[in-house]
Design a protein around this ligand. Structure first.
Ligand SMILES: Cc1ncc(COP(=O)(O)O)c(C=O)c1O
Length: 387
């Protein structure tokens, strides 16, 4: 089955079993508990909705299919998914190697929650070179954590090359695939063991549901994740599961539209006199454009750029936009714009932020699917307010 068909049909086959109404859309099963006829087994397969729920099951079947995985789990947020993954694969004293340019919330989880509560150590490396990843490995390294492209500088890493290094040593490779979505990139196909998503972004696509997901093919790892998720209770609600099932149906058409707008905006910005540099993997000028072409089937809807000047110019530009919402998050149908240093990445100390390139003149765009002409006119009008 092709991707465009999977997003619509997997997990939502009409139910013609006895009692089933043949719904084309999976019902929202709100029941917290499920009655049984006999003491020693759940009659219809369900016990309690924290453990499993029919609406969430339908969603998880679809999520697994999209990443070519055997299993998927849906969580209450992307951060909940990340936390459960770390709690499931790491033990006190273990070590993690991760990209030095990461979503700020992930870095906060690693440095300010997990490091102190579990004693796990984290090494941040420039994973654009897989040799840097190899050099950072220790005997106690248990996990390699990657984003590609990274948030917000759009750096890439070679999933296949890194997963090969990890496999030689029995280390788990996890990829946060939020930016590309499975429409453009499938990390498991390149050898990664785990895919993580903030479904709050492209998968849901409408900025109205916070959620997270993990996709894996290894059954032992899936069982460990399921056990931790059920024990902690970090599950997606039935209503959000429904919203996500609904949002995913248009993933393929949305991603094509996001990409087209991002490309047009990136090309426009690249030739703009008030722009210093543009970071978009689809541009010839992107340092890793060749890797992008090899690893992904498209370049997505995210880009960032440096405005000429500093904080004053960035603020004045951002505060004069009319159509772009000045907001955190990404991946919705509406265009969003933000200032990483003061917004999404504010929790990272300035020196570390600047080391990876997140300066005061960096601006991140999540290109929506409105008319590209309207978006470009809005950007140009705001540039007009920058001295
Ligand atoms: C790349 C990436 N991963 C993970 C997260 C966290 O997801 P959530 O906000 O759903 O907890 C985000 C949120 O912005 C993100 O951008």
């Amino acid at each position: 089955m092709r991707f465009e068909t999977k997003v619509i049909h997997v997990g939502e086959e009409p139910d013609f079993r006895e009692g089933g109404a043949g719904d084309v859309v999976v019902p929202i099963h709100l029941s917290t508990t499920f009655a049984r006829l006999r003491v020693d087994e759940p009659t219809a397969g369900y016990e309690y909705s924290r453990t499993s729920n029919p609406t969430r099951d339908a969603l998880e079947a679809r999520l697994a299919a999209l990443e070519n995985a055997e299993f998927a789990l849906a969580f209450s947020s992307g951060m909940a998914a990340e936390t459960i993954l770390c709690l499931s694969v790491l033990r006190p004293g273990d070590h993690v190697v991760t990209f030095d340019d990461l979503y700020g919330g992930t870095r906060r989880l690693f440095d300010r929650v997990l490091r102190s509560s579990t004693g796990v150590e984290f090494s941040y490396v420039d994973a654009r070179s897989h040799e840097n990843v190899r050099a950072a490995l220790r005997d106690n390294t248990k996990l390699i954590w990657l984003e590609t492209p990274t948030n917000p500088i759009m750096k890439l890493c070679d999933i296949k090359a890194i997963a090969e290094i990890a496999k030689e040593r029995g280390i788990v490779t996890a990829v946060d695939n939020t930016f590309m979505s499975p429409f453009f990139q499938k990390p498991l196909d390149h050898g990664a063991d785990v895919v993580v998503h903030s479904t709050s972004k492209y998968l849901n696509g409408h900025s109205d549901s916070i959620g997270g997901a993990i996709m894996v093919s290894d059954e032992k790892l899936y069982r460990a994740l399921k056990f931790s998720q059920n024990s902690v209770g970090a599950i997606l609600s039935p209503f959000d599961s429904y919203l996500l099932l609904r949002g995913i149906k248009t993933l393929a058409v949305r991603m094509r539209a996001h990409e087209e707008n991002a490309r047009l905006i990136a090309e426009h910005l690249e030739s703009h006199p008030k722009v210093e540099r543009v970071f978009y993997p689809g541009l010839q000028s992107h340092q890793q454009h060749e890797l992008a072409k090899r690893q992904t089937s498209g370049h997505g809807g995210m880009l960032s750029f440096e405005i000429r000047g500093g904080l004053r110019e960035a603020k004045s530009f951002l505060e004069h936009l009319e159509l772009f919402a000045l907001a955190e998050s990404l991946g919705g149908v509406e265009s969003l714009i933000e200032h990483p240093a003061l917004m999404t990445h504010a929790s990272i100390p300035r020196a570390e932020r600047e080391k990876v390139g997140v300066g005061d003149n960096l601006i991140r765009i999540s290109a929506g699917i409105e008319s590209a002409e309207d978006l470009i006119e809005d950007l140009d009008a705001a540039f007009g307010h920058v001295a």
